[in-house]
Design a protein around this ligand. Structure first.
Ligand code: GDP
Ligand code: MG
Length: 322
C-alpha cells in the first residue's frame, strides 16, 4: 500500500526546491563556536570586555587552560564568581575533550587548536558570587602555537600581530615541565626569552602592558622534584624574567599553574588560576583607564569655576580662583 510508485517519484523530483538565499531579513543565529576577531570586537565595543591573550608554544597548555576554567564553573563557583553565560558555550565544550570517555586512558587531553583558525576568542560572563556587583565580561584569546613559532622566526609575522598591543592582558605560557627537564630546558628558555625580545624590538608591546608568565604543568615539576627544589626553580625564573623585562612593562607576574594536573597529583584542577582570573576580570581594560590631563586655564572668576576646582582639583593644578 505504501510502496513508492515510479510516477509519484518522478513527480516529486520535479517539485522546484526554493533556492537558498541570504536576504536582509535573515537572522544570524549564534553558533556558540569560538569568535573571530571581528565578532570579539563587537563584544568589546558593547560590553567593554577585557581581552586576555594566551600565547605560547605548541602544547604549552593554552587550550587546556581555557577548557579548565570552563570546567571549573560546572558544579560550583570558581574564584568567587558564578558563570553567568557565554556566547561560545559550544566552543568551550568542544575544547574540553576527555579522552578517558573515548579511549579509557587515564589522562585527559585537549583537541589541538587548528592553526588555520589563527586566534580564537572565547567569551565568559561572570558574576560575583554574592550577587552584589554587575556581570563582568571576559574574552580569552587562544593563539595557535604555530603562529607563535612563526613570530619567533619572522619579524613580519610579529609585526602583523596587532592583537599583542590590543590585548589588556598578555599571558605568556611557558611549559614548566619542559623548562625543568634536562632535555628541553635550554631550548624552552631560549625561545621564551626570544619571543619577548622580538616583541620589544618590533614595538609590539606597550610600556604599560600587563604580562603574566605562567609556568604550566606545575604538577609535573613537583612530581620530579622536592618542594624546596621547585621553589628554588620558580625563584630562579622569577628573577630572570623580572631582570630581563620587569622595567620595560607596566606589570609582570611569574606564576606556576597546573590547569589540569595529572589525576595522581595532589594539586587540584586550575591550580594557581584563582587569583589571576580575578585580576583579568577586575582590572579595567586599558582603553577604559583614565588618562591624566592637565588643563591650563586662566582667570577663573565665576562661581562655577570655583565649583569645578573643588570637585576635580587634580585637573586644575597651579591654577587659583581669583
Ligand atoms: N600534567 C599536566 N598536563 C597538562 C596540563 N595542562 C595541559 N596539559 C597537557 O598538555 C598537552 C598540551 O596541552 P594543550 O592545551 O593542547 O596545549 P596548546 O597547544 O598550548 O593549546 C595536553 O595533552 C594537555 O592534557 C597540566 O596542568 N598538567
Ligand atoms: Mg591549543
Amino acid at each position: 500500500m505504501f510502496a513508492p510508485c515510479m510516477d509519484n517519484m518522478d513527480t516529486q523530483s520535479e517539485i522546484p526546491v526554493p533556492e537558498q538565499t541570504t536576504g536582509v531579513n535573515d537572522i544570524n543565529l549564534p553558533t556558540g563556536k569560538p569568535l573571530t576577531s571581528e565578532e570579539a570586537n563587537h563584544i568589546v565595543r558593547s560590553t567593554g570586555a577585557p581581552i586576555v591573550l594566551l600565547i605560547g608554544a605548541v602544547k604549552s597548555g593554552k587550550t587546556t587552560l581555557i577548557a579548565s576554567i570552563h570546567d571549573a564553573f560546572q558544579w560550583m563557583p570558581f574564584a568567587n564568581y558564578l558563570a553567568a553565560g557565554s556566547e561560545t558555550l559550544i566552543g568551550f565544550e568542544e575544547r574540553c575533550f576527555d579522552s578517558r570517555a573515548v579511549s579509557g586512558a587515564e589522562e585527559p587531553t585537549t583537541i589541538r587548536t587548528i592553526p588555520a583558525e589563527g586566534i580564537q576568542f572565547y567569551h565568559l560572563k561572570l558574576r560575583d558570587q554574592n550577587m552584589t556587583a554587575p556581570i563582568r565580561h571576559l574574552l580569552l584569546a587562544d593563539m595557535s602555537g604555530e603562529i607563535y613559532e612563526q613570530a619567533l622566526d619572522s619579524s613580519a609575522v610579529m609585526r602583523g600581530l596587532s592583537i599583542l598591543t590590543r590585548a589588556d592582558h598578555l599571558v605568556y605560557l611557558v611549559d614548566g615541565a619542559k623548562l625543568y627537564s634536562e632535555e628541553f630546558k635550554h631550548h624552552t628558555r631560549t625561545n621564551a626569552l626570544m619571543l619577548m625580545r622580538r616583541c620589544f624590538e618590533q614595538n609590539m608591546i606597550r610600556t604599560n602592558a600587563r604580562v603574566d608568565v605562567l609556568l604550566t604543568k606545575w604538577d609535573i615539576v613537583l612530581k620530579q622534584s622536592s618542594q624546596n627544589v621547585a621553589d628554588q626553580f620558580l625563584k630562579e625564573y622569577k628573577n630572570l624574567f623580572n631582570k630581563e623585562w620587569g622595567a620595560k612593562l607596566g606589570r609582570l607576574n611569574v606564576l606556576p599553574i597546573a590547569a589540569r594536573p595529572h589525576y595522581k597529583s595532589t594539586l587540584t584542577p586550575c591550580y594557581g588560576l584563582t587569583e589571576i582570573l580575578h585580576r583579568w576580570v577586575e582590572e579595567w581594560p586599558v582603553k577604559l583607564q583614565s588618562a591624566r590631563i592637565n588643563i591650563t586655564v586662566h582667570g577663573l572668576t565665576r562661581m562655577i569655576d570655583k565649583f569645578a576646582m573643588s570637585t576635580a582639583e587634580e585637573m586644575f593644578e597651579d591654577v587659583s580662583y581669583d
